[in-house]
Design a protein around this ligand. Structure first.
Ligand SMILES: C[S@@+](CC[C@H](N)C(=O)[O-])C[C@H]1O[C@@H](n2cnc3c(N)ncnc32)[C@H](O)[C@@H]1O
Length: 256
């Protein structure tokens, strides 16, 4: 059993931080910053997958090259992250992940409560046509020792919903995250997503009255997260409108 967090160098200084309503986001490396954040109620996240999955991610637009432009993580990094996450979260740790990584959790002593699936109703086909396509992703559900509760009753850990295409190459569907936040967390709790990307978890948290902490190491995705979170707080942000009287174009930016 992984009982203690693996110590990491502390790194709060010099990281960029923004506050948007009930969300606090950091431009930083998650492995370095997480120990500085202290305990949170739940972690809901979507870490990078393994190298094979990243390499094989093709879209109809880019058949030759992978559509994923951020680094994969190794099995060892994934296991280290999960051990630390279970020690940091008072309750659930829920994440989509590479099934090859999820399969190693029990052997590594990480308390996997359930392995679930997200089936993609509109998944991309197998473009080569020479084998069946992959229409699902693994969902690892972890919890430290002790009493557990969720708001799904006897339901299965099976989620079926459409893939959504956004400005982030692996943006998760908002309905999926709204459901995870509703079922695994309570209003007012603090939810951490250490691999925030465009902050779909954060948008779900703000819409459902949870506090959110997000970490992203790429400046372009950090800015995208900022815009989406600001839009979740204020419906006009990120949009263009015509002034009702003089017809001038108004652009609503998150900087106000
Ligand atoms: C799978 S994506 C998350 C997508 C997100 N769920 C969404 O809906 O937009 C993983 C993200 O983690 C970021 N990332 C990778 N390694 C990181 C690290 N060590 N610290 C912080 N962010 C990291 C990547 O840049 C990427 O944006």
């Amino acid at each position: 059993m992984l009982a203690k967090r693996i110590p990491q160098p502390r790194q709060s200084d010099g990281v960029q931080k923004k506050q948007i309503g009930g969300a606090t986001i950091y431009l930083a490396d998650a492995f370095a910053l997480m120990p500085d954040l202290g305990d949170v109620d739940c972690i809901i996240t979507d870490p990078p997958y393994n190298a094979k999955t990243h390499k094989g991610a093709r879209s109809a637009k880019s058949l030759a090259a992978s559509q994923i432009d951020f680094d994969s993580i190794t099995e060892a990094q994934f296991i280290e992250f999960c051990g630390n996450a279970v020690a940091q979260a008072r309750r659930w740790v829920v994440m989509s992940c590479a099934w090859q990584h999820a399969a190693e959790l029990e052997k590594a002593g990480v308390p996997l409560v359930r392995l679930g699936v997200w089936t993609k109703k509109n998944a991309a086909p197998q473009f080569t046509g020479d084998r069946p396509g992959v229409g699902w992703e693994a969902v690892a559900i972890l919890h430290r020792e002790g009493k557990k509760h969720w708001y799904g009753g006897g339901r299965h850990a099976v989620w079926a919903c459409n893939v959504e295409h956004g400005d982030h190459p692996t943006q998760k569907p908002l309905p999926l995250l709204l459901d995870w936040v509703t079922k695994f967390t309570d209003p007012g709790e603090t939810i951490l997503d250490p691999f925030m990307g465009s902050a779909t978890t954060g948008v779900a948290c703000l819409k459902l009255g949870r506090k959110f902490i997000g970490i992203e190491k790429r400046p372009d995705y950090f800015e995208l997260a900022h815009v989406r979170l600001a839009a979740a707080c204020h419906p006009f942000i990120g949009t263009k409108r015509k002034h009702p009287i003089d017809g001038q174009e108004l652009i609503f930016s998150p900087e106000g």
